[in-house]
Design a protein around this ligand. Structure first.
Ligand code: DC
Length: 229
């Protein structure tokens, strides 16, 4: 069955998916489901409980034990881990650094994918992540893949960190973005891939508003440029 009320948005680190997904969801009256936040919440739990990041099964057991929720209020959502608001804590650079082994664990992915499917079917949603179009909701009608050059994504990531008051070394940021690209693309389970029927948007020279306008134009057009040939 084709799903018309689930919009999928995949793409690499630093491409601006979160801001686009947030605004798109607000404009459409949909829920914004940030699946990366869920991988981050499991990572934070693993760090706090000293679970071995090199043990995918232990990470999987942890993911099954944790209660992860996105709690919606007004314009946004907070991320809850076992009843505690961890929205800020999961954005810490130490957490970002440790997400890859957690996201590589097939057992973690199994647990989070099932949570994401349940959430996405509860109400009209925009889901952002890496494997949403290919694994979580391959039957969504509108699937988008955002991309941008490595330099531009590193620049956006550095700006984000600077705005959060962090000191930024651009070369280091670029290396870290490059490393996370490698991990995202090379995992055997749920790698970052372009779904055959996804609409690919290169955002390198586009503003966030341009990207949102483009996506809305596709969604409101009578034909699907990929599915309708
Ligand atoms: O988008 P982000 O940086 O918040 O994602 C955090 C981590 O989770 C990153 O390592 C990629 C991974 N991730 C994933 O494997 N699958 C998803 N659907 C979303 C994120």
């Amino acid at each position: 069955m084709v799903l018309f009320h689930v919009i999928t948005l995949d793409g690499p680190v630093g491409v601006g998916k979160s801001s686009v997904a947030r605004t798109l969801a607000r404009k459409l009256g949909y829920r914004h489901i940030d699946t990366g936040a869920m991988y981050r919440a499991v990572t934070l739990a693993a760090m706090e409980r000293h679970v071995d990041l090199g043990d995918p099964d232990a990470l999987g057991r942890l993911a099954h034990e944790c209660d992860i929720e996105l709690i919606y209020h007004g314009d946004g959502f907070s991320v809850s881990l076992d009843g505690r608001d961890v929205s800020q804590a999961i954005r810490d650079p130490e957490v970002s650094k440790n997400t890859s082994p957690v996201a590589d664990s097939p057992s973690v992915r199994k647990r989070l994918v099932s949570l994401q499917r349940r959430l996405g079917l509860q109400s009209p949603s925009v889901l952002e992540g890496r494997d949403i179009s290919t694994v979580v909701f391959p039957d969504a009608f509108w699937k988008f893949f955002l991309n941008a050059s490595l330099e531009e994504r590193a620049r956006r990531r550095a700006l984000q960190l600077e705005n959060a008051g962090k000191t930024v070394d651009f070369e280091e940021t670029m290396k870290s973005v490059h490393y996370r690209d490698f991990r995202d693309c090379s995992r055997s389970d749920g790698p970052l891939l372009v779904a055959p029927d996804a609409i690919v948007i290169d955002t390198t020279t586009l503003s966030e508003n341009d990207v949102i306008r483009l996506i809305l134009a596709f969604i409101h057009s009578p034909v699907h440029p990929v599915q309708d040939g």
